[in-house]
Write a protein that binds this ligand. Sequence first.
Ligand SMILES: [Zn+2]
Length: 50
Amino acid sequence: MSSTTKSSVIRRLEGRQCQWCEDGRLERDTYKGNRAAVCQSCETPAVQIW
Ligand SMILES: [Zn+2]
């Protein structure tokens, strides 16, 4: 995957409602050193880019 594709995957998830908790919102972040969309409420990453 190109880096452009990776960031567009994150961008598409950003702002979405978390699938694991009621009022979480996904924000662009890193998880264990990888780019991910992470819920700011429960801190669950919705996707990890390896
Ligand atoms: Zn959440």
